[in-house]
Design a protein around this ligand. Sequence first.
Ligand code: ADP
Length: 468
Amino acid sequence: MKVLFVSYEVYPIAKVGGLADVAGSLPKYLKELGVEIDLLMPFHKSIDRNLAIRMDKHIKTRFVKREFSFDVSRMELPKSDVNVFLFDNERLMDSEEIYGASDFGLQAMCFSDAASGFAVEQGYNIVHLNDWQTGLIAVYLKHSEAECKTVFSIHNLAYQGSYGKEYLDLSGIDENYWNEISEEGKINFLKAGLVFSDKLSTVSPTYAKEIQTKEYGAGLENILSRRRSDLVGILNGIDYNEYDPERDGRLWTNFCQDNIESKKSNKANLQQLLGLPKKDDALIGLISRLVDQKGLDLIEDIKDELMKLPVQIVVLGTGESKYEDMFKMLQKNYPEKVAARLTFDLDLAQKIYGGADMFLMPSRYEPCGLGQMFAMRYGTIPVVRYTGGLADTVHEFDPENNGNGFGFVEYSAEKLLEALKKALSVYNQPELWKKAVRNAMRQDFSWGVSATNYLSLYKKILEASSDA
Ligand code: ADP
């Protein structure tokens, strides 16, 4: 089985968000399961040219009305033997930002056209597409009448890639497809992927159900519901070798389930680093893009109440200025309680996962969420809104001492405050708290199970095509 995994981001080569983490780890695990898998990504301008070897190979667009040619380079995904192919075209990749090209729609379209040609030429059985930038690959493969099958993975339905009708004319895609691949008078790259791929997946079972509803479907709930028998939710994993509290060099003191007492020294060091007083109050971490999706308006609504509780809060994130300002202001007014670090800092992130007591993630929606998984791996108890992947990974700590976190269902500030108070009452009973921490650390969020689920999906597609 030969699989081409196509993604705009691959960690550690180019990363903006969670997609990079998935693309940089899942293929390694699939390869260990015996899948012949290669990665394909754009050779973004920000990627060091010395990292890859230029091949004597060029791939031309076949359908787009203006011809573009991509130079093909190759490298190995660090710490693995997975091949990464990179497509370069200076004119199309004209920005230092991964998603910043002057004509991003044209770039994604040409990349998809060329990727489909490459997949056919190289004889891949399956092309695994990720997010809207790769959606048109499914249509171009259909146009090629290729044998090659497609899986489309949705990492976030809110980003869809909508462009004016002139992009359909430019794309060389059959005009008759217009209704199927457009929304509100615009070509919609994500919808194209959803309509034309053989199988669909998303990154958690709960999100797979939610996106079939109006509340979460971002306008595409009908197509998703129509295709529900082809849609599965497979939970993302995290790389257990890279993120291990027993060996992580970014922590002050390493620890494991059997000596969670050592976690305390990380808390004390973290408080010192942040300039917070060394107190036993619960230290709550929040590491996030500061955007509406993450439920930060709920925190805004309870901020006065929150400041009356015996807690300290550390925020690490960047994003919308209204949220950055809110956390700056809280830090200014409550310097003994709040530390706001409005930057992107992977080292500090690990120190927070390792040193905080609780991890706050009250998301409005959350396709999978990695933060809560890192937190639990490092013995930090999540307090979340039970939605999407948060509902699949966090389970309420109960009087029988089962469960690994605390949460609420209804999107309301009052419910968030209740959940926090519940978490605090258990925190104040150290023996109980230790049980919750152990439960959290015992969870297995490694890629093992999920990679096997992807493999089954690939096999199902190929079996169906050989039966046909
Ligand atoms: P999303 O993909 O919606 O941003 P996830 O929880 O799936 O949310 O993944 C976010 C990842 O990015 C996590 O690994 C988190 O630790 C990391 N992250 C987010 N903001 C920052 C930041 N400011 N500094 C360091 N890491 C961050």
